[in-house]
Design a protein around this ligand. Structure first.
Ligand code: SF4
Length: 381
């Protein structure tokens, strides 16, 4: 995010302060929330203001998706990583992290179990595992093979969440059938990025998503809440997500992790994440917005769905020795992060799982629109 843009948003904040009633009316009627209003909602949330915001976000979800939600199975296939992100339990030097690397047989079995349970997508996630990134001819072969075999075995869409990879690997992921590439910036404030993603390159991370889109993949961008970002940073990130043309946008609350430089940071409430989810629903009404089970487990699902999320992510099959990311074991082995586990919450929220055909249709339509959008951009250039 360049400084000029930040200054523009900050000016809008100071000049655009309206009365509370004005903000409520606009949030409720979907007449458009200015950056100043969004910052005010994040900075000074009152119960009545939030009630109206969340109701407006749910109406937007209903308008675009009815009462259907999409469900993503999560397979964390390697917890090894060469990076040292200051917020992450699995950073290279954390001796407390439990490390594993799943075999092709184990990955296939877990994917089949998730598919049988009825998820709409398999999210294949890994750290930047030095065993995958070898610079040899068969670089990344095990991940590419996993994508290909999951597609063949389950016939489900696959998301590859495997860190920043070279364009040649994106080519092979796309050829193997990966529909999605997820790679989270976490913040678009460069200074904060440098503190969070220690020793990594902001542009390279952002460009990897642009490159994935150029190869026809859909892209997920993500933000962390509670890591020292300002509300202005969050709103600026919406602009960056829009320019990227992200197809799925997620916000997650930072959870302090043992053995990391940020272990003593006070935990923040999930409310800021929920406000961010609701604001993203207002800004990007037709996009996919996750309610992750990875922060507060099943107990936090309703809050996020009530804020306008329309994808339940991080469903993890029990009994497979698989970990979560922000919460390495919360609600996994007791089956609460399963289809059966979340069903009562969906019913309470008046929602029901989409069919797999509905999800496939959304993915195909989004890819078709992205294709024409990218062509128009290319022609305009
Ligand atoms: S956030 Fe991802 S890239 Fe960073 S240390 Fe953790 S696993 Fe590695």
């Amino acid at each position: 995010m360049n400084n000029d843009h930040s200054a523009t948003v900050i000016r809008a904040y100071h000049h655009g302060r309206g009365g509370l009633a004005d903000i409520l009316e606009k949030a409720a009627d979907n007449t458009g929330l200015s950056p100043a209003m969004m910052i005010r909602l994040l900075d000074s949330p009152t119960p009545s203001l939030l009630e109206k915001l969340f109701a407006a976000a749910r109406r937007q979800r209903e308008r675009h998706f009815g009462n259907r939600v999409f469900l993503y199975g999560f397979l964390y296939i390697s917890t090894h990583c060469r990076n040292r992100c200051s917020f992450c339990f699995y950073r290279q030097t954390n001796t407390r992290a439990i490390r594993y690397r799943k075999s092709p047989v184990e990955i296939a079995e877990s994917a089949r179990q998730l598919a049988r349970s009825g998820v709409h997508l398999i999210d294949l996630t890994a750290g930047e595992d030095p065993c995958f990134i070898t610079d040899a001819e068969d670089d990344f072969a095990s991940v590419i093979d996993a994508v290909r075999s999951i597609r063949a075995d389950t016939n489900l869409p696959v998301m590859a969440s495997v860190g920043v990879v070279p364009d040649t690997i994106l080519d092979r992921l796309a050829a193997a059938g990966a529909d999605w590439y997820a790679c989270y910036q976490e913040t678009h404030n460069r200074q904060l990025f440098d503190q969070l993603r220690v020793g990594q390159n902001f542009e390279a991370r952002y460009r990897s998503k642009v490159a994935a889109k150029a190869r026809g993949m859909l892209v997920e961008e993500g933000l962390l809440c509670g890591v020292g970002e300002t509300s202005c940073d969050l709103v600026n990130s919406f602009d960056a997500m829009s320019r990227l043309g992200a197809d799925q946008v997620r916000a997650m609350t930072f959870v302090p992790q043992a053995g990391t430089p940020m272990k003593d940071q006070p935990p923040s409430s999930s409310l800021r994440e929920c406000i961010t989810i609701a604001l993203m629903r207002m800004v990007f009404p037709g996009l996919l917005i996750p309610a992750s089970l990875d922060v507060d487990g099943l107990a936090g699902l309703r809050l996020r769905l009530d804020a306008g999320a329309n994808v339940v992510t991080s469903l993890v099959p029990p009994g497979q020795g698989l970990a979560g990311v922000a919460q390495s074991d919360l609600d996994i082995e007791d089956g609460r992060r399963s289809m059966e586990g979340i069903a009562p919450t969906l019913r309470t929220c008046g929602l029901q799982p989409a069919t797999i055909d509905q999800y496939r249709h959304w993915v195909a339509e989004r890819k078709r629109c992205a294709y024409f959008h990218d062509r128009r951009v290319a022609e305009a250039c």
